[in-house]
Design a protein around this ligand. Structure first.
Ligand code: IMP
Ligand code: MG
Length: 192
């Protein structure tokens, strides 16, 4: 069986679909290192539970965690929002809940991207009801100008224009998650 054998081959296989690289792999790593430093100093002397929102956040969570110099525990939630593939409806359904009891824990919710903000708003309300000692959000990306709800996001990597992006955990129709950078797709790649 012939398979795509290296990451480079894989990235090249997707390259014809890429319109523009918005944030390079090096820029992402540099920013996550800064965020990790800030988190390490803000929570000095504490331990932290990182909660990742599947699936998109698994990549940022893995890299961010290695820039945090604190004892960490990890948990994941899977949610789905009803609606079209490239839009959020605001109605969120929990597909997989946490294994941890949050009572008294310092919790940092890790997200790949905040678009309308409706997903994170729902999750913050849901998790706050479980009485954690603290609850904050770290998001790699935030789209500017279109948050439907005002949100207090403690750690933000990059503010980006409100275009649909893929890579570094973000998908279109489950593809492109393992691109090491953030990019826009050519219209043809949407198959429309
Ligand atoms: P929100 O509820 O509108 O903030 O949507 C957040 C979720 O929608 C993210 O966790 C992503 O799963 C998805 N999403 C929003 N914008 C994009 C994008 O540009 N590319 C890929 N997924 C996105
Ligand atoms: Mg997501």
């Amino acid at each position: 069986m012939t398979a795509v054998s290296t990451l480079t081959d894989y990235v090249q296989a997707y390259e014809p679909d890429i319109e523009r690289v918005l944030i390079s792999s090096e820029e992402i790593q540099g920013k996550l290192a800064e965020m990790g430093e800030q988190i390490s100093s803000d929570y000095q002397g504490k331990s932290l539970l990182l909660v990742g929102v599947l699936k998109g956040a698994f990549v940022v969570m893995a890299d961010l965690a290695r820039y945090v110099r604190l004892p960490l525990e990890f948990d994941f939630m899977a949610v789905s929002s009803y609606g079209a593939a490239t839009k959020t409806s605001g109605v969120v359904r929990i597909l997989k809940d946490l294994d941890h009891d949050l009572d008294g824990m310092d919790v940092l919710l890790v997200e790949d991207i905040i678009d309308s903000g409706l997903t994170i708003k729902y999750l913050l309300k849901n998790l706050a009801a479980r009485k954690p000692a603290s609850l904050e959000v770290a998001a790699l990306l935030r789209k500017t100008g279109i948050q439907k709800v005002p949100l207090d996001i403690r750690y933000v990597g990059f503010d980006i224009p409100p275009d649909f992006v893929v890579g570094y955990g973000l998908d279109f129709a489950e593809r492109y998650r393992n691109l090491p950078y953030i990019a826009t797709l050519k219209p043809e790649a949407y198959g429309g």
